[in-house]
Structures are given as C-alpha cells and as structure tokens.
Design a protein around this ligand. Structure first.
Ligand code: HEM
Length: 459
C-alpha cells in the first residue's frame, strides 16, 4: 500500500545508465541529475549494479539510522581495499579489525591529543608561510601547497616521519602514485570487470603504484621500529604498542601497515581540499575575507605566533570552514545500505544491501533545510542559527560510528593554517580563476593559482 517506484533517468536497454556517466567528475553529474528528481531520491543502473541516490533531508535521516543502515564496502571502496586493506576507512562494519583499530586509536583523536600535535602542525604551517614568502609576487598553486602542508602534517604528527615536501619543486612520488590509484579505483567502479581485465597495462601501472605506496609505508614503520622517529603516543606508537581492551590483542602487523596507508590518504586529501575551497570562497566573498582578516588582526596581532588556546577561541575562521564544507564537501558522496529489506519515506522500497549513496551537495543545498542555499553565508553557523538547522542536512564528516575519526585533527590543522596564512598574506586572483573541480574519490579545485604578497612589508 502506498508503494512508489524510485524514478530513474532514461537509460539504454541492457547497458543501463553506464554509457551516460562521464569518466571525469561522475558525482558532479549525479548532482546535476538530482535536479530532475525533486522528491530527493532516484536510481540508476551502473555497471550492472543498482545505485540509489538520496538527498532529501528526511530520507537522509532514515538512511543515517544505524539500526537500519550500515556502510557497505562496494565499488569504488572495494577497489580502494586493494591498497588500504582492512584499514579503518575500507573495513567492513562487522570486521574484527575495524573495532580493534577504532578502540585503539580513539584516544589519539581526543581534544587533548590535538594539543599534543599542535607544535608539529605549527612547524609545518610555518614551512608553508616560508615558501610563500620566498615566492611573493609570483603565482603559487594553492591546492598543491595545501597538499604539501596536509601530507607533511599527518606524516609528522601521526608517524614522526618527515616528507619535507616544501623543499621540492615536484610533489612527492607518493602523491602521484596515490592519485593514479584513486582514479583507477573510480574507473573500475564504473565498468564491468571484463573491461578492467582487458586494460592490462593500466593494471600493471596500478600494481606498481600500490607497490610504491606500500614500500613507503614499510619504510615509515621500520624507522619507528629502529627507534629513529617520533614518540609512543602518536598514531603509530599506539598501533604498535596498545592492546585492544576487548580482544586483549594488539593490531596485526599487516593491519598496522594498512592503517598507516589509510591515514596517509584520509589524513591529507580532504583537508587540503577544504583549505583550497575555503581560500577560493574567501576570494569570492570579500566581506567575509575582511571579517577573517579582522579576526586574525585582533587575535594574532603583528607576528604573534599562534598557540593552541588562541586557535580554539577563533570564531570567524571556523565558520568559514563550516560553510566551505557545506558548499564544497571534499567527500562528495558516502555509501550506505539497508541491513534488511525496508521502506524509506513510507513509500520507497529498498532491498537489503542496495547501494544507497548520500549526495552531499544536493543535501547541503536542499531547499527544505537551507535558505538561500547557494549563498556563502557564515552567519548560518552562529549558535542561534545553528540551533534551527535540520538535524540531518549536513554530513561533511559522514555519519554515526563510521563518521570521520580525524574531524578534530582536520579542523585544528585547517584553522591554524588559515589563521597563519591570513595573518601573513594577501591574495590577488590575477588569472580570474574559474572553479574547475577535479574528482578522485575526494574533490579539489584543479589548477587554482593566485599571486601571494605579504600584508605587512618588512623594514
Ligand atoms: C572517514 C570526511 C579529514 C581519517 C571519513 C568520512 C568522511 C570524512 C565523510 C566517512 C566516509 C564514509 O562514510 O565512507 C573528512 C573530511 C576531512 C577529513 C571532510 C577534512 C576536512 C580526516 C583526517 C583524518 C581522517 C585529517 C586522519 C587524521 C578518517 C578515517 C575515516 C574517515 C580513518 C574512517 C573512519 C571509520 O570508518 O572508522 N572522513 N575527513 N579524516 N576519516 Fe575523514
């Protein structure tokens, strides 16, 4: 009674919707399609698999109910497992390794732990400032430099390893290998396995990239075992020493390897995207930029070196980041699946295990939940306004127990970096940059270049 079909865009017999899906920026394409389905749900057949897309805030409320929906490891995540293994991000909900690592690592992500990492976060942020001071008056690639920042930060504070990315002209080979592997994982999720098998040389490159990433990780772990890096209470220290309270066992060696790679990936890709989109949004919204400058001039006058307490007291910069995550969520979709056959919205039938994608941008701009949805308005995040928000219309860090474990880490790092950059620099958008989003599991602006100049001339 009252059952309604989940509508689909027009497909092609036998091939379904696969031929329509662009190989670049597929999630942006799903977002465009969402406008044809104001009911907030639609479905497509991709590479022989039913994909449901959901973005109505009330339907999202239902798929975020963890008694009814879990996180399935289906393509592309099942392909990411080729290199991230049973790391936290790609482990199955009921896999023992997930619970063990989650319990062992939670203390490393507490608010107190952030204070411990702060010195290292500051050191790397100052390396970024140093590079931009050397390159003042020149075009800098903002996204590449934020990628250097976030990669160096997670490697140093998580594992005591120094990438020293700001010394090199080229990005680290790890990053090239990772990007190619992520793109390949995405591509595999949009084609039949038969097609993947035919692309033999791509497969060789893929394996080569995985080998390169794993070798780097093994070297990082070896450094620690030989006692030449870092301390006992960082991520790696905990993983090597801590015993899981529930099982009484430590993490297996190959699981530690998979976690280190997972954190090197999850710990930098998204935060560099966030910082890039935030910088872009500030350039496009001069009144907000002026508020942010006023805040750093008040809280960090002159060349004051930020300390942890000052960063926790910022107000404008955190709201800039929250609004950036609404309009430019670096992870553009997450996957859920019903644990049993179920009805959502009282009308739409979903079979157990159906791949149900939550589309961030259509949710984060849904007219049911957001006024003037496309406007970059940081006042949405003032306490009184925040209290009025729909409870499930904002999910940049995911949902429930599978939500981002690194949220505080990312926000502390991004607040500090943005505060320091705004204390020191002004930007000129001399190329009149137009947003050119690049998706590779996460999304970032492509070729985003601006000229940086010091705000305060030195004597
Ligand atoms: C999970 C977003 C930064 C580590 C997630 C998920 C999202 C997310 C949406 C859930 C994915 C899913 O449901 O499949 C972000 C954003 C970040 C960020 C937007 C930055 C702005 C970080 C950082 C770290 C990190 C800095 C590590 C230091 C992880 C891990 C998971 C995760 C390990 C998997 C958690 C689990 O399933 O147990 N993140 N993340 N993330 N994130 Fe983040």
């Amino acid at each position: 009674p009252g059952l309604r079909p989940i509508r689909s865009p027009r497909g092609i017999p036998v091939l379904g919707h696969t031929p329509h899906i662009p190989s670049t920026n597929p999630v942006a394409y799903f977002g465009e399609l969402s406008r044809q389905f104001p009911e907030g749900i639609f479905s497509m057949d991709i590479a022989g698999q039913e994909n449901v897309f959901v973005y109505d805030p009330d339907l999202v409320t239902e798929i975020c109910d963890e008694t009814r929906f879990g996180k399935p490891i289906l393509p592309p995540l099942s392909h990411v497992r080729d290199y991230a293994g049973a790391g936290l991000f790609t482990a199955h909900d009921d896999e023992e390794a997930w619970g063990m690592a989650h319990r062992v690592l939670l203390p490393a992500f507490s608010q107190r732990a952030m204070k411990r990492y702060f010195g290292q976060m500051l050191e790397i942020a100052q390396n970024l400032v140093g590079k931009w001071e050397r390159e003042q008056g020149q075009l800098v690639n903002v996204t590449d430099d934020y990628t250097r920042l976030t990669l160096d930060t997670i490697a140093l504070s998580g594992f005591g390893h120094r990438f020293d990315s700001f010394r090199d002209e080229e990005l680290h080979p790890f990053l090239t290998a990772l990007l190619q592997a992520l793109v390949e994982s995405m591509r595999r999720s949009q084609e039949l396995p038969m097609m993947t098998k035919l692309r033999k040389s791509d497969d060789r490159t893929y394996r080569e990239n995985i080998r390169l990433m794993r070798e780097l990780v093994e070297a990082v772990i070896k450094e620690r075992r030989q006692g030449t890096s870092g301390g006992e209470d960082d991520l790696l220290g905990l993983m090597l020493a801590a015993v899981d309270p529930d099982t009484g066992r430590p993490l297996a060696d190959d699981n530690v390897r998979d976690q280190v790679l997972t954190f090197l990936i999850a710990g930098h890709e998204t935060t560099s995207g966030l910082l890039s989109f935030a910088t872009y949004s500030l350039l496009r919204n001069p009144q907000v930029l002026a508020q942010a400058y006023a805040e750093v001039d008040r809280m960090l006058p002159g060349d004051t070196v930020p300390d942890y307490d000052t960063i926790t007291k910022l107000d404008v910069i955190p709201r800039v980041l929250e609004e950036t995550l609404r309009l430019w969520a670096p992870i553009p979709q997450i996957m859920k699946a019903p644990l049993q056959d179920t009805l959502i919205g009282g009308h739409y039938h979903l079979k157990q295990g159906t791949k149900t994608n939550l589309l961030m941008f259509p949710l984060h701009t849904h007219p049911k939940a957001w006024e003037r949805p496309l406007e970059f308005d940081i006042d949405r995040w003032l306490p009184d306004n925040r209290a009025q928000h729909h409870p499930h219309a904002y999910k940049p860090f995911g949902n429930g127990r599978r939500a981002c474990i690194g949220r505080q880490f990312a926000l502390t790092e991004a607040r500090l970096a943005l505060a320091l950059v705004l204390q020191k620099f002004k930007f000129s958008d001399v190329t009149d940059y137009r947003m050119d989003v690049r998706e590779a599991l996460t999304r970032k602006p492509g070729d985003f270049e601006v000229v940086v100049r010091p705000r305060h001339e030195r004597e």
